[in-house]
Design a protein around this ligand. Structure first.
Ligand code: CTP
Ligand code: MG
Length: 229
């Protein structure tokens, strides 16, 4: 299934505490952003990449695209104050395609089989998102006290990619903008329309580079994958 991907890359990486956009930090041999871009560059089903960037970082991102021979980027619109705004700025510039994927630029370890499954399910059913079973016991805590233990079987930790029929996501984002609704992921916007969203089991390796420890996990994942190849 052919698709285009939106990669929000206009954050500032505050929790990483690196004093710069965390996506530009080098992980083993390349910037985090480049690792992510190369996954989609190498996927023959991916027909276009849209990158939301900060105005002041656009020239640097373009230099990375040239240096690493990334050819599929169709646009680099200006991101917004929140991730949702950054994604929306890409959707607004895109021509309608059958399936669109939204993927955090900060998740460089996504693999092609998961992408393929997500796009196939989204094409057939409208919406599919990646996730993994919660590993730990989960409890609801209020004011430092346990309120309840939640049944772990039904709990999933949600990741990206999140894949949609283009029209469905575009409509969900327009509605959210109109009513001023801010969600933490795209699925929330589509849920509000009452549309079913399917979960595709992904991998615990699909971590988001968020805090300093994640860089250690990330290096370990990359080094192990190099040994396997
Ligand atoms: N992002 C974006 N526009 C924003 C905020 C985030 O495009 N206004 C992007 C980030 O660049 C990242 C992805 O959304 O690729 C996931 O966000 P997150 O991990 O929260 O990254 P940051 O917002 O950069 O980090 P922090 O929240 O720690 O500041
Ligand atoms: Mg953030």
């Amino acid at each position: 299934m052919r698709y285009e991907v939106v990669l929000p890359a206009a954050g500032s990486g505050k929790r990483m505490g690196a004093g710069q956009n965390k996506l530009f930090l080098t992980l083993v041999d390349k910037p985090i952003l480049v690792h992510t871009l190369l996954v989609f560059e190498s996927d023959e089903n991916c027909s276009g990449i849209w990158l939301a960037v900060k105005d002041e970082e656009r020239a640097f991102v373009q230099s990375l695209l040239a240096n690493y021979n990334i050819t599929k980027v169709k646009g680099l619109p200006t991101g917004g104050a929140e991730r949702q705004h950054s994604v929306h700025s890409c959707i607004k510039e895109m021509q309608a395609v059958e399936v669109v994927l939204v993927h955090d630029a900060a998740r460089p370890f996504i693999t092609l089989p998961t992408i393929t499954e997500l796009t196939n399910v989204a094409y057939r059913k409208g919406a599919a998102i990646a996730g993994v079973h919660a590993k730990d016991t989960m409890k609801v805590v209020e004011h430092g006290l346990i309120k309840e233990t939640v049944d772990r079987e039904s709990l999933w930790m949600i990741q990206t990619p999140q894949a949609f029929r283009f029209d469905l996501l575009a409509q969900a984002e327009d509605v959210a903008e109109k009513v001023g609704f801010l969600g933490t992921d795209e699925a929330m916007l589509v849920e509000r329309l009452g549309h079913d969203i399917h979960i595709v089991e992904s991998s615990y390796e699909n971590v988001k580079m968020t805090t300093q420890e994640d860089l250690i996990f990330g290096e370990a994942i990359l080094n192990r994958r190099k040994q396997i190849i």
